[in-house]
Design a protein around this ligand. Structure first.
Ligand code: SF4
Length: 483
């Protein structure tokens, strides 16, 4: 990056090579936002250029010098922008770039988006002379204006006073919600193009982010409208149209154009993606997803927990952070999926796998947050950490409430039966065994993940292995004597 006069004044390097830099706890001077304190970032379009104090940064609350080393503080970053080409629609697009540009700053780690921002500043950066968050703000404005020339004027207000951040957060949430609601009337079949986003490829190189009207970006920050606006105003940027091509699977949401994009964007790692599937050819997940989904083979259902959830243990015994570690990195991971919160409101929400009929568990704070999206008949059938703590308790709960997974899920959109249900499994267990296996000791089969399904007394036993990790030296199958 070319150095400017102003850049030389900053006591830190600014370079895209710092994208993905992590500040570990041991090397951290302070933490802003994150799990412990409220935070948000917001870009607002200001139609009157005279209102903007171009390049200026105000700070409300304690500055870095007043903060205790190792402390965690509230943090809000509010930018106002003006430009002849800028419209309100571009607010979300510009806002999403805050993550990218702040990541160019050495010793400053910016993660996530909207009301989930998590920032760490390194001790090293402070030792080198970083004294004030205003320096960060000025550097960020400089980057915005250099990278997005349609921004003619920009100023910022940073807030670290916790009460002020909390107050502003209510308004910010209203703004995020209004942006999200806008996309709910438009559907995948109404448009000819979806949009790609490559912003997260800097740390997740095989990530294939496809934004469609019925599938908001997994970071929750880019809707189809936002992506279209970004592609129009910044054609060289990370957003570009993906022509849909032919529809291969209308229920799973598989399109030839998306599959071609998958090959191109993942450098050949993936060749197909179903936009509305959880278990088959799922969308890749980088690290920015708002919510992580996890398959629970013991009940043939899906659980969901969100970033920032107060719930530390899911029924599979893992918190969000551990699940996120399994999902992220731009991989297509069967059994896990990262999504944006608004995807719960999509009429195509994991419809390939049965949609809401397949959801068995949610963190209670997430369930409350998206309560309006849950079909009335499913509301009481989805457990939370308040009702169940273990898989066994979950099984009992699901049987008690007669959840669809117990007798088998019928997919609403086409009436197809997609799971057999445990009632059939139970029959299989009770039925006389037709197959005897002799498995040597080196076999490693997670039995909880291997349902046996018998179709009837005179038909062969069908063995379905799900998510199995099997290593077998020898297997003998014999007919029982007298049969
Ligand atoms: S998660 Fe996807 S849409 Fe969001 S910034 Fe990253 S690549 Fe773009």
């Amino acid at each position: 990056m070319a150095e400017t006069e102003e850049e030389e004044k900053f006591p830190f390097d600014i370079n895209p090579m710092y994208e993905g830099e992590r500040v570990r706890k041991a090397g951290m001077y302070v933490e802003l936002g994150g799990q412990g304190k409220p935070g948000y970032e917001l870009v607002l379009f200001e139609p009157d250029p005279e209102q903007i104090k171009d390049g200026e940064v105000d700070l409300i609350g304690p500055d870095l010098e007043d903060m205790e080393e190792g402390g965690n503080y509230a943090y809000a970053m509010i930018y106002r922008v003006y430009g002849e080409q800028i419209e309100k629609d571009l607010e979300a697009v510009i806002e999403r770039r805050n993550h990218e540009y702040q990541s160019y700053i050495q010793g400053y780690m910016h993660l996530n988006q909207r009301a989930e921002i998590w920032v760490r500043i390194s001790k090293e950066a402070v030792k080198k002379g970083l004294k004030s968050l205003k320096q960060i703000g000025k550097a960020t404005i400089m980057l915005f204006k250099a990278e997005l020339p349609f921004i003619e004027k920009m100023d910022a207000t940073f807030i670290t006073d916790e009460e002020e951040v909390k107050k502003g957060l209510e308004e910010a949430n209203r703004i995020y919600e209004a942006r999200d609601v806008k996309t709910r009337g438009l559907h995948d079949e109404d448009v000819d193009e979806f949009y790609q986003c490559t912003l997260c490829q800097s740390f997740a190189p095989t990530n294939v982010c496809v934004v469609s009207p019925d599938r908001i970006a997994l970071c929750g920050a880019m809707s189809w409208f936002d992506s279209r606006a970004a592609a129009r105003i910044d054609p060289e940027g990370p957003n570009a149209p993906i022509p849909k091509g032919d529809c291969i699977d209308p229920i799973g949401g598989e399109y030839t154009g998306v599959n071609e994009a998958a090959v191109r964007l993942s450098s050949g790692e993936y060749d197909s993606i179903k936009l509305h599937s959880f278990l088959e050819k799922p969308h890749t997940s980088c690290g920015c997803f708002e919510v992580a989904g996890f398959y629970i083979p013991e009940v043939e259902g899906i659980g969901w927990v969100h970033r920032g959830s107060k719930v530390t243990d899911t029924p599979i015994g893992l918190p969000f952070s551990t699940i996120a570690g399994s999902v992220g990195g731009g991989k297509q991971v069967k059994g896990f999926l990262g999504i944006g919160v608004q995807y719960f409101y999509s009429p195509k929400f994991i419809q390939y796998d049965g949609g809401w009929r397949r959801v068995v568990w949610m963190a209670s704070d997430l369930k409350a947050r998206v309560a309006e999206a849950i079909p009335a008949e499913m509301k009481d059938k989805i457990a939370t950490e308040k009702e169940v703590k273990t898989i066994e308790e979950l099984r009992e709960f699901l049987q008690r409430v007669d959840h669809p997974v117990v007798k088998g899920v019928i997919r609403e959109v086409d009436g197809e039966r997609i799971t057999e249900g445990w009632a059939v499994e139970a029959e299989a267990v009770a039925a006389p065994a037709e197959v005897e296996e002799e498995v040597p000791s080196e076999a490693q089969v997670p039995l909880a993940s291997v349902p046996l399904v018998a179709s009837g007394a005179n038909t062969p036993v069908r063995i379905i292995l799900k998510d199995a990790d099997i290593s077998i030296g020898k297997i003998i199958v014999k007919r029982k004597e007298g049969k």
